[in-house]
Design a protein around this ligand. Structure first.
Ligand code: ZN
Length: 410
């Protein structure tokens, strides 16, 4: 089933990215959550310190219920999302955008939202957000889901929300000859509600990659040659689409997505650099791209409608050129890294990563190593290793742009 569009609330929220968060005394705080009921009817309750607006909707593949909230601080005991019963298999919560929080409830199968309401706070009692779920058939789910999506589309048309950003870039720059400081966008993967890969010891990919991105950012700024933009600078969820949007809006000269992988049952180690390709270079690269592209699902978004192949010939040409530049940079990076650290057997690979799809920005995805390997985990969490590798990338970036300038000056 092709998913149509995500609800208006998500789309509107996508126009806002990354502002530092602070919690004032008047902020809403979720102080408790409970799940009750059985396999046919289950109630989810959240205690919130004050009245909030919210919207609830279901999503398929996998089946889940999403509750969108304004900025809510979650003051909940660890592991509470696994204390579940009935139709609910687990739930997650967190900040997804500036001023926007979310609870994602995974269900064992298709469910319908029978009702949802908020009980106003009473003396000494917090507000209670209640969502009642009932078991349904796949058929009934699809029918209800499609009706809901049609309504959302109608609402969007009424609000004249612009369509998904697949148009030809307005200011098509010619790659490589922009004057002045180059703009590098660093994109630490995952964040917030989406931890990414997790090591046995509990090291989270989202933390490791943010820490590395900060070190790389410092190294690049120190040279005075670059503007550096981060797609996130704290622990928050950013959709894949928004990461690409940042690259394009900032007119980035280079986009670096930063990740760390895990594999089961094998002792894989080392750095790999990925570029975008319709056809994956190998099965492992394809499996990895699938895992990384699931980030939006973890965050409760569905962006399938926006990942449709872009057929416009101009975009196609720009993308081809960007890919060549990305490949050129990747080779420079491998040359710098190889003497310093372990790389995987095939350090240059390609696959269909959604986050690399800005047609006019050379984009590369770094997998810094494997959190499933204790030795790699040690390196990934070491500030000495991080700064050594960041310096190597900064050198590769210098060398990449130096060559670019030389080749376009002819
Ligand atoms: Zn990742």
């Amino acid at each position: 089933m092709r998913l149509l569009l995500i609800p208006v609330v998500c789309i509107v929220a996508m126009f806002f990215i990354g502002f530092p968060q602070s919690y004032a005394a008047g902020d809403a705080v979720a102080t408790g959550t409970r799940v009750g009921g059985n396999e046919t009817r289950t109630r989810f309750v959240a205690d919130i310190s004050k009245t909030v607006n919210f919207s609830v909707y279901v999503l398929p593949d996998p089946y889940r219920v999403v509750i969108d909230l304004p900025d809510v601080t979650f003051d909940l005991p660890p592991g509470i999302g696994h204390k579940v019963r009935g139709l609910v298999s687990q739930y997650r919560y967190g900040l997804v955008e500036a001023g926007k929080s979310r609870i994602v409830i995974d269900t064992h199968g298709p469910v319908l939202i029978e009702k949802s309401f908020l009980v106003e706070p009473q003396t000494g009692q917090p507000a209670r957000l209640v969502v009642d779920l009932v078991k349904t058939t796949e058929q009934a789910f699809v029918k209800s889901y499609n009706a809901e999506q049609a309504k959302i589309q109608k609402d969007m048309a009424a609000l004249s929300v612009p369509p998904a950003d697949t148009a030809v870039p307005e200011k098509k720059k010619i790659l490589g000859i922009k004057r002045g400081k180059k703009t590098i966008v660093l994109d630490p993967g995952h964040g917030g509600i989406d931890p990414g890969a997790i090591s046995r010891a509990g090291t989270k990919e989202k933390d490791v990659v943010l820490s590395f991105a900060n070190v790389l950012r410092q190294a690049l700024l120190a040279s005075g040659k670059y503007n550096v933009v981060m797609t996130r600078s704290d622990d928050r969820f950013v959709s894949l689409k928004n990461r690409v949007t940042v690259a394009r809006e900032k007119n980035a000269d280079l986009f670096l997505a930063i990740h760390a992988d895990t594999v089961r049952g094998r002792d894989a180690r080392g750095v790999t650099i990925y570029t975008l390709s319709d056809k994956a270079s190998d099965a492992e690269a394809e499996a990895l791209a699938k895992r990384e592209n699931r980030a939006d699902i973890i965050g409760g978004l569905d962006l399938e409608a926006e990942t449709e192949e872009i057929t416009d010939i101009l975009i196609d040409l720009a993308q081809r050129e960007s890919k060549n530049h990305a490949m050129f940079f990747s080779k420079k990076a491998v040359a710098q890294l190889r003497p310093l650290t372990l790389m995987t057997g095939k350090p240059l690979r390609s696959a269909g990563f959604m986050v690399l799809k800005a047609p006019d920005v050379p984009s590369v995805l770094l997998e810094l190593g494997f959190l499933s390997s204790k030795s790699d985990e040690k390196l990934l969490t070491s500030t000495v290793w991080q700064s050594k590798i960041a310096k190597a990338f900064a050198t590769a970036i210098d060398s990449y742009f130096a060559t670019e300038v030389a080749s376009t000056a002819n």
